[in-house]
Write a protein that binds this ligand. Structure first.
Ligand code: FES
Ligand SMILES: [Fe+2]
Length: 438
């Protein structure tokens, strides 16, 4: 094969360093779209976005624009949003409900399964109707209400792919009384001038907040203390979160960070204040705890609320956080351009004020006007600019290398909380995807 045979690719990813071209070479990016995003399971959204027959939303699988739609038979279908005629995007809306998708160019229409339903001037195409339709992702599967699809005909099952990372979704869903979550308030999108991998490498990085977020830590330290339980202000979560980002090194080193075979990973919670996590003594949280216990029993409610995970990464396109019910999906646009879709999830059977915390967290941490996300975006762009320099070929991912620990549940844990084990795991599976079949 051509320039990127197995040996060449393997040279780029070494145990404790990665070649800059992995983040900056357009040819490698093209190969990733085919071999990573064209193969792996990709999370697309949540079933609450397509509750009824005909409900749909549009998103992306790598660079493929897709429509996720609830079919008449109740199944979820994923259709490539490209007309079988001359290639126009068929659906321009972000979401809606429809009987048929009608192409704006010449009016070909498709049913909810992507089958061609009708075309104007049909006699000119006599006999061909049955063969044409929207291309459908061959594999679609759900885990705990989250919709995944793969553009490959075969590969591991979704549950094998998720492996021990199923526990992160369980944590997210089990926290909802009755297990009911819904995407609320649409999708919030932001783009950055950097490679898609930079976001996934940032969200489990316990060594960065004290530096990247130093200015907001300083502001939060000078802000008035949050109110006592039950008398908090909307913005108190911001103050608590920003102060936590300035936690001492020992706190970060004590956080657990785990990885799985397919490059997923999750970070233990690093919050040690009396409540970032909507807990202890807050009357709304006490009511929520009571509602959860009414569904699952007190012992199980305690167990569920005792799980303290921070971000989870599902490689190659998702990051989510169960305690404030945030989910982010990264879509690669070009080697140095990515767009992130952010969703907020509401627990349907929890006190309404629990969602207020979700919205507050989304605004102060995940919004582009927040003091936290803006810092991360700035640093992604600086990193990407650094890669364009040819003077230095390698970047280092060696923090904690040689100290990774195998756990009985099949995960690997970093020897310390700031280990870069999760980047090493991501790069290992990247190489597997990129060289499969090579
Ligand atoms: S491109 Fe869609 S109908 Fe012609
Ligand atoms: Fe950050």
């Amino acid at each position: 094969m051509g320039a990127f045979d197995r040996e060449r690719l393997a040279m780029l990813v070494q145990p404790d360093r990665v070649h800059r071209s992995v983040y900056s070479d357009p040819a490698i990016f093209e190969l990733e779209m085919e071999r990573v995003f064209g193969y792996a399971w990709l999370i697309l959204g949540h079933e609450s976005q397509v509750r009824h027959a005909g409900d749909y939303f549009t998103t992306r699988m790598g660079r493929e624009p897709v429509i996720v739609v609830r079919h008449d038979d109740g199944s979820v279908r994923v259709l490539v949003n490209r007309c079988a005629h001359r290639g126009s995007m068929v659906c321009a809306e972000g979401r809606g409900n429809t009987e048929r998708f009608v192409c704006p160019y010449h009016g070909w229409s498709y049913d909810r399964g992507g089958r061609l339903h009708a075309m104007p001037f049909e006699s000119g195409y006599a006999g061909k109707l049955g063969e044409l339709g929207l291309h459908a992702a061959p594999r679609v599967a759900l885990y705990r209400g989250f919709i995944f699809a793969s553009l490959a005909e075969s590969g591991p099952s979704l549950e094998d792919f998720l492996g021990p990372a199923c526990a992160s979704f369980d944590d997210l869903v089990d926290r909802a009384p009755g297990g009911e979550l819904e995407v609320t308030g649409g999708v919030f999108k932001h783009a950055y001038n950097g490679n898609w991998k930079l976001m996934l490498e940032n969200h489990l990085d316990g060594a960065h907040p004290a530096w990247v977020h130093a200015s907001s830590v300083a502001v939060a330290r000078g802000a008035p203390d949050p109110g006592p339980p039950g008398e908090e202000h909307y913005y108190d979560i911001a103050v608590r979160q920003m102060r936590q980002n300035g936690a001492p090194d020992a706190v970060w080193e004590a956080v657990g960070v785990w990885t799985t075979r397919f490059g997923h990973g999750y970070l233990g919670d690093y919050h040690n204040d009396d409540r970032l996590v909507v807990g202890l003594g807050n009357p709304v949280f006490a009511e929520y705890h009571r509602m959860l216990a009414a569904k699952v029993g007190e012992a199980e409610a305690k167990r569920i609320l005792g799980v303290t995970l921070w971000n989870s990464i599902i490689y190659p396109n998702c990051s989510f956080m169960s305690q404030f019910r945030q989910l982010r999906i990264v879509h690669p646009l070009a080697v140095d351009r990515s767009v992130v879709y952010t969703y907020s999830l509401r627990m349907k059977q929890a006190p309404p004020q629990m969602f207020r915390d979700t919205v507050a967290f989304a605004n102060v941490v995940n919004g582009t006007a927040s003091w936290v996300l803006t810092d991360d975006l700035e640093v992604y762009e600086r990193v990407q600019r650094g890669f364009s320099s040819g003077a230095v070929e390698w970047l280092n991912i060696g923090r904690g290398h040689g100290r990774d620990v195998d756990e009985p549940d099949g995960t690997r844990r970093g020897g310390t909380g700031t280990s870069e084990i999760y980047i090493r795991a991501q790069m290992r599976v990247w190489l597997d995807y990129m060289t499969a079949g090579a």
